[in-house]
Structures are given as C-alpha cells and as structure tokens.
Design a protein around this ligand. Structure first.
Ligand SMILES: [Zn+2]
Length: 359
C-alpha cells in the first residue's frame, strides 16, 4: 500500500513538475523553498538516467532508506541519524543538504513540519512525537507544503528599526535572542501555559506564562528545589513585544536611550518574549530580582542544578562583555537538558556556544 502510493505520488509529481535539472553550484541553503528541487524531481532525473531498469524493488529500497530515524536529535548534532532524517524529510518534499550536520536548514524543516502537524509543539528539536508524526505522514501522506508553516529564511536577514538582525525561526527552542538578534515584532508563542509553580502574586498575568516544554521543565525544577528543602518563587516569564516596547520607552524617556539599553532590552531583543525565560527569586531577598539572590541557598542551588532540568543561568557573572547584560543570577533560560549541561560544564554563555558550534 505504502509502496504503491509512493510510486503513484512520484509519478504524478514528475508529470506535473517536469524535470528541470538543478544548478549544481547553487548552495541549497540559499535557495528559497519555492525554488527548491523536490525529491520527486530528483527521482525524475534518476529515472531519465537509468536505462529502463528502475523497478518497483528499487523504489522500495529507497523507501526503507528514508525511514525517519529512531533517535532524539537537535541543532548542532552530527550523526548518521541526522542524514537519515534529512533523507526522510527530502522524501516528503523538503530539499535539505544531505550532510550529517543538524544545521539551521534542518531546524527550519523540523519546525515547519511541526507547525503544520497540529498536535506537535514547534520546538525545532527532533523528538519522539515528531518521529511518530513523520511516520504517520509517510503512511497517510497528508497535505503538507514545505514553507507553509514557517517561511524559508530570506537570503538577507530582516532588520529591526534599531538595525538589529531579526531571527528567522523564533520557534526554535535553541534560538539566540540578544542585543544582536531580535525576535519578529509579531511573534507570540502559540504554546504558552502557566507552570504549576509558586508565584508571589495571584493575578493571571502574562508574566506567569511560559512555552509548554519550558513550563513543564520549570515545574520539575521547582519540585527538585522543594525536595532540597528550598522555597523559590517564579517572578516573571513571558513578556510580549508591546509590553517590552512600553518598558523600554519609559526607561529611555526617563534616563536616555543608552541607559535604557544597558538595563533593559529593546523590544524584540528580550529573551522574555521567547516564552523560554523565567526570573526566579526567594524570600531571603524579599522576592526581588537582585544580585544578592546569587548568594542565597536558592540561588546557589539553581546555579548548580538548573542544567539538569534544561535551564541555564543566562547572564553569568564575569560574562557581561559577551552577553551585554549585568550578572542576573535570577534569569533562567530553557535550552533543553543536553545543551544546558554542556554550556554549564564548559562555563560558557549561549553566545559562546553558538560561536563554537557554528564556527
Ligand atoms: Zn529575566
């Protein structure tokens, strides 16, 4: 059944699209999704070259090779399974560079697929749920167009009014957002929920919210802290672009733009808009967000244990030149367990991590 539908699909696409050969020198990442060669086209070329020996058996073999890998993968992984995943995505219409690197192109494709698959959280990570959805897609071939969920990154990055580069994949749970990379002004995470942790206020404010994966990870972190006999409070999570705009404007009119940029973020440049950050505090510092929190038992427990739950202290002491923020022992950023542990063990920042991985 699967084989037959694949052959029919390939044949139909081949007939519809024809087979313009792809420019060999063109780098795939620079090609917008709409202009990419589809795998069907490639099959078309192969068909042309083969001298009539293209049998059903060969098609079948190709199909087993493109099975989505049984693995958990994320950006910057280098693995055979990454190539297998790219082959699987290419077989359903993507056109990813066939390498073993989990690059931005693959992060985009996974995110795009996740957005178009209703039940999935758009994280950019290849997890079990994404694999199941891919397998189902292979079986049932529902309608999905590369780029329809998340547009392929433009060749030249967009810029904010302040001249900051706009990130093309705000859904990516590893997204780097800082004074050099801003979120789009219309980006609102779609999976915001209130984590079941103590807050020092009872109103249902936007700052209680976090993206779903991060919220559940925060719940586990708070459980861990409680088991260690500590009491912490979540103070401030999600913050919209507009709210950040108001905060920055108020700071700037009171103290000037330079001052505002040192102590707060321009709209789009705040990690709180990602829904992946939460400011945490304790009674010992009167529930304030102050440097002294780092000296408290809670602050020290966080610095040591947050990575186990997928969080990093995003603005560490001594890294102010790199992060362009003062030391903030209270500001947690979710990046997933693997990356959080690595970053913390290496004593680096998210900026340095990117520099190291991207080279
Ligand atoms: Zn913060």
């Amino acid at each position: 059944m699967q084989g037959v539908s694949w052959v029919i699909l390939s044949a139909i696409c081949f007939m519809l699209i024809g087979c313009e050969p792809q420019e060999p020198s063109q780098s795939q990442e620079d090609v917008p999704a709409s202009e990419q060669t589809t795998p069907e086209q490639k099959h078309g070329e192969e068909d042309k070259q083969a001298d009539g020996q293209q049998t059903e058996e060969a098609e079948k073999q190709e199909e087993t090779e493109v099975e989505p890998p049984d693995a958990v993968l994320q950006k910057f992984d280098t693995d055979e399974a990454v190539l297998q995943l790219k082959n699987a995505l290419n077989a359903i219409g993507y056109d990813l560079e066939a390498t073993e690197e989990f690059d931005e192109g693959l992060t985009w494709a996974i995110t795009d697929f996740q957005i178009q698959s209703e039940d999935l959280l758009a994280s950019g990570f290849y997890d079990e749920a994404t694999r199941d959805a891919l397998l189902l897609y292979f079986e049932e071939g529902e309608s999905m167009e590369p780029g329809e969920g998340l547009a392929w990154p433009p060749e030249e990055a967009e810029k904010t009014e302040a001249g900051t580069e706009v990130v093309s994949n705000p859904y990516d749970e590893l997204a780097l957002v800082n004074k050099s990379f801003a979120l789009p002004d219309d980006y609102i995470p779609e999976d915001l929920i209130v984590p079941d942790v103590p807050f020092p206020f009872t109103e249902d404010l936007p700052q209680k919210y976090m993206r779903e994966n991060a919220a559940h990870a925060l719940e586990e972190l708070f459980e861990g802290a409680e088991e260690a006999g500590l009491e912490m409070f979540a103070q401030s999570g999600y913050r919209s672009y507009d709210r950040q705009d108001d905060i920055f404007a108020a700071n700037a009119s009171q103290h000037g733009e330079d001052h505002a940029n040192t102590y707060s973020a321009r709209p789009g440049e705040s990690e709180h808009q990602t829904g992946l950050a939460m400011d945490v505090t304790s009674a010992e510092v009167n529930l304030e967000l102050v440097e002294a929190f780092g000296e408290t038992e809670e602050g020290q427990w966080l610095a040591e244990n947050a990575p186990e739950y997928g969080f990093i202290i995003r603005f560490p002491e001594g890294k102010e030149d790199i992060t362009e923020y003062q030391y903030e022992p209270w500001h947690l950023r979710y990046v997933g367990e693997k990356t959080a542990k690595y970053i913390t063990e290496q004593g680096i920042t998210l900026e340095e991590y990117y520099e190291e991985q991207v080279e």
